[in-house]
Design a protein around this ligand. Structure first.
Ligand SMILES: Cc1ncc(COP(=O)(O)O)c(C=O)c1O
Length: 281
């Protein structure tokens, strides 16, 4: 259930929250967003998500109308109003409402916030059993580091995966593995965790940063260098990470078993370490 929506004017009942036809997000996909997990009513890694929201805004030349303090208070209010235990907070900011203009609107047009809190159980099936993944070409633009609301290529990749009975697509650019459709991707080779560097070709996942910190704590070596599709196919383990999926083992790639075809030990260690860090209600 989702009953309340945060808009610039405040929190309003869902039925009273309107999106203007001239909203730049609606017309151009001119906006950015964040998804934050809530565990036991407590937002997880809220500040890094707000930092990334601000980085995305800066990258597209947009100012956020509210400071972090105001956003944090308003989001806590959404969680409280929904009496949310486990779920997500969604925050979107578009460049505001203005008759269709192919350049930035005049300065008096204020960015428009939309946020809500919604119940979503932890992803038990995919984290416990693992998921199947499908390799697809990465057809996205060259600023994948911006968490843009334009998710058409990501959604098309995930749809392709679904049509092949898979839960996630793993994308590659000319044979270099970038990331999942809606997640970061990792392999384990010779006991080392490999993942694409956080440059313009991937989204620097908040969960990714958290996992790399956990790897350091566990003494697991990490290499942030591009790796190839062949490395992916030969990997001892593959896993993905995201706010929604947490740390999820990939047990089959394009129908072939990964490693022994069951979640690997490094992935399991990281999952256990990850769970240890979650807020307790
Ligand atoms: C393309 C892409 N990469 C990576 C991620 C993982 O980011 P985070 O861990 O911040 O959720 C996401 C999350 O939705 C994503 O859409």
């Amino acid at each position: 259930m989702m009953n309340w929506i945060l808009r610039n004017e405040g929190i309003v009942p869902r039925g009273r929250a309107h999106v203007d036809i001239d909203d730049r997000g609606h017309q151009f996909g001119d906006g950015i967003y964040e998804v934050i997990r809530v565990y036991g009513g407590i937002p997880f890694l809220m500040q890094p998500h707000l930092d990334r929201l601000r980085r995305s805004a800066r990258a597209i030349g947009m100012a956020l109308p509210w400071d972090d303090g105001a956003l944090t208070v308003r989001c806590a209010e959404l969680v409280a109003r929904e009496a949310l235990a486990d779920g997500i907070l969604y925050i979107q900011v578009t460049r505001g409402v203005c008759p269709r203009l192919q350049v930035f609107p005049p300065e008096d047009v204020l960015p428009q916030i939309t946020a809500y809190a919604r119940a979503m159980p932890r992803p038990r099936a995919e984290t416990v059993d693992g998921l199947h993944a499908r390799l697809v070409p990465d057809i996205r633009w060259l600023r994948c580091d911006i968490k843009s609301i334009n998710l058409l290529p990501n959604m098309l990749a995930r749809q392709t995966a679904k049509e092949h009975g898979c839960g996630e697509a793993i994308q590659h650019r000319d044979g270099t593995v970038t990331e999942g459709a809606f997640s970061n991707a990792y392999i384990v080779a010779d006991g080392t965790v490999h993942t694409h560097p956080a440059n313009n070709l991937i989204l620097a996942g908040i969960t990714r940063v958290h996992i790399l910190r956990l790897c350091a704590g566990l003494g697991l070596p990490v290499v942030e260098e591009p790796f190839r599709v062949d490395d992916l196919r030969r990997a001892e383990e593959i896993f993905i990470s995201s706010t929604a999926s947490e740390v999820a083992p990939v047990i089959r790639l394009d129908g072939q078993p990964v490693g022994g075809g069951t979640p690997g030990t490094v992935t399991r260690r990281l999952q256990a370490a990850f769970s240890e860090t979650l807020p307790k209600a």
